[in-house]
Write a protein that binds this ligand. Structure first.
Ligand code: ISJ
Length: 483
């Protein structure tokens, strides 16, 4: 009898009695509404509570069950901002050119019907949809990307949002006409009872046994010749800029550990957006400096990031490299293309759009870029996913004009980008959200890590120099992955 009672009330302390009662009422209401809608009725129910002292990504990484979807996005230097989530009560997926509009529509309808707290507290607290998008409308069809639909947002069962010391936990359920409130509540209790209060990420094995092999998916000459052909298309006037990428694989002697890789990345790149999206046996993980869009009410923020140079351990050389980047006509014009396009995309939907007249140098651990922060006041309530559709892909990862670059990229690169250079992030019930551009990334599947890096090819690009730049970009991930 006591055991039965414990299973029902849950042997955990994530929800107090008041939160449990509120959740029970909401779940009952959601089931009632779902039944009233008929066979296809579905209504989300959620409750959000304080979860002080919790490290969102650590709890999620430690608690994840085999094959359970998970998500994490952190920017440690930005007031310890983090959103980490586990499980999926409703997948919102689509493919093709309308994939953004389709998932935005479904999410809006689900969020409007939900029985939940309004968003409050740190950004991302409350009911959210988390995940990402492939670079191309039908991207990710190759076997390596299986499980990663071209648009895939999940409403997680459990999500932690943090800003500074403020941490909130949201638990959610999806009610359909066949569900009972008791069944749904038991599912939540069982999941919460299985959460581990970890306060650190797993560590990488410092002395792994066995050999790591780093292999270019295609010979480096293939990449140099793609860049050369890109330059020829530019000279012929077909296109102004095209971003071309290559794939490098790390074959490890044992399976890559996504939690440990995420932990190492957040330590090494605290200024970046460190992200992980787990689908089935694979995890897409990375640390990108590039924000695609942050939507906060009427405000939209983004950044035009392009043009790169390496860093130096000698501060004088490091500054010198940054100044040379600021003065480089090639890099300035490459980056200006991005700024222009972003401003042009936002203007019709904005009261005002501001972009600094001069770019600044942004330094991350292993590389520095030119960046122009861009902000807008929206003139109509476009949500984060609608803004993503407007902006993706910027010429930082696509090209200009994109209609031509879109054809050239797969032709010249010769591989499936999957989610590389696609948007990854979250949106909430108000349409607020944050999506970053998935760069400096790896798709981890068992013992193989697929890493991707690209560069903006412009008129005076030199194939050997661009190949060298992909090597600098790959240095974000390779030391973490290759033992
Ligand atoms: C395409 C990538 O990065 C993009 C290309 C850059 C460039 O060409 O200088 C700089 C930053 C990013 O916008 C990548 O990291 O794979």
């Amino acid at each position: 009898m006591r055991i039965g009672t414990r299973a029902r009330t849950g042997s955990h302390e994530w929800l107090d009695r008041a939160a449990r009662e509120l959740l029970a009422r909401r779940v009952e209401e959601a089931v009632r509404r779902a039944r009233a809608r008929g066979a296809a009725g579905e209504v989300l129910a959620a409750v959000t509570v304080q979860a002080r002292g919790v490290d969102p990504s650590a709890v999620v990484a430690a608690s994840r069950r085999d094959g359970e979807p998970w998500f994490a996005l952190e920017q440690p230097d930005r007031d310890a901002t983090a959103l980490a989530a586990l499980g999926c009560v409703r997948a919102v997926e689509a493919s093709g050119a309308d994939r953004f509009a389709e998932v935005a529509r479904t999410w809006r309808a689900l969020a409007a019907d939900a029985v939940a707290d309004p968003p409050d507290g740190p950004a991302g607290a409350g009911l959210v949809a988390v995940g990402g998008f492939a670079f191309a409308p039908h991207g990710g069809e190759s076997p390596a990307w299986s499980g990663f639909a071209p648009a895939s947002l999940h409403v997680p069962q459990v999500a932690f949002a943090r800003r500074g010391a403020d941490v909130r936990l949201t638990v959610a359920a999806l009610a359909t006409p066949d569900d009972t409130p008791e069944g749904l509540l038991e599912g939540i209790e069982e999941r919460l009872a299985g959460l581990t209060r970890a306060d650190a990420m797993p560590l990488l094995d410092p002395a792994p046994a066995g050999r790591y092999r780093v292999v270019s998916a295609m010979p480096p000459e293939h990449y140099e010749s793609a860049v050369q052909r890109g330059v020829e298309r530019i000279a012929a006037g077909e296109v102004e800029k095209v971003v071309l990428a290559r794939e490098v694989q790390v074959h490890a002697p044992v399976a890559h550990d996504p939690g440990a890789v995420f932990g190492a990345l957040r330590d090494a790149f605290p200024g970046c957006f460190v992200y992980a999206v787990g689908r089935g046996a694979a995890t897409f993980v990375g640390a990108t400096p590039e924000l695609l869009v942050r939507r906060d009410g009427e405000r939209a923020s983004t950044v035009a990031l392009a043009g790169s140079t390496r860093r130096s351990a000698d501060p004088a050389v490091d500054d010198h490299l940054g100044e040379a980047l600021l003065r480089s006509d090639k890099n300035r014009s490459e980056q200006a293309i991005v700024t222009r396009r972003i401003a042009r995309a936002l203007r019709p939907h904005s009261v005002w759009v501001t972009a600094a007249p001069e770019p600044v140098v942004v330094k991350v651990a292993n590389i520095q870029h030119l960046a122009t922060p861009i902000r807008a006041q929206l003139s109509r309530p476009l949500g984060a996913i609608a803004l993503t559709e407007l902006l993706h892909p910027t010429p930082a990862v696509g090209g200009e004009p994109f209609a031509t670059a879109e054809r050239l990229i797969p032709q010249l690169e010769g591989f499936d980008r999957g989610w590389y250079a696609g948007p990854v992030g979250w949106t909430d019930a108000n349409g607020d959200g944050e999506l970053c551009v998935a760069l400096r990334c790896a798709l981890l599947r068992g013992q193989i890590a697929h890493c991707y890096a690209g560069v903006g090819v412009v008129r005076d690009s030199d194939p050997a120099a661009e190949l060298a730049e992909t090597e600098v970009k790959l240095q974000a991930l390779l030391p973490v992955l290759a033992g």
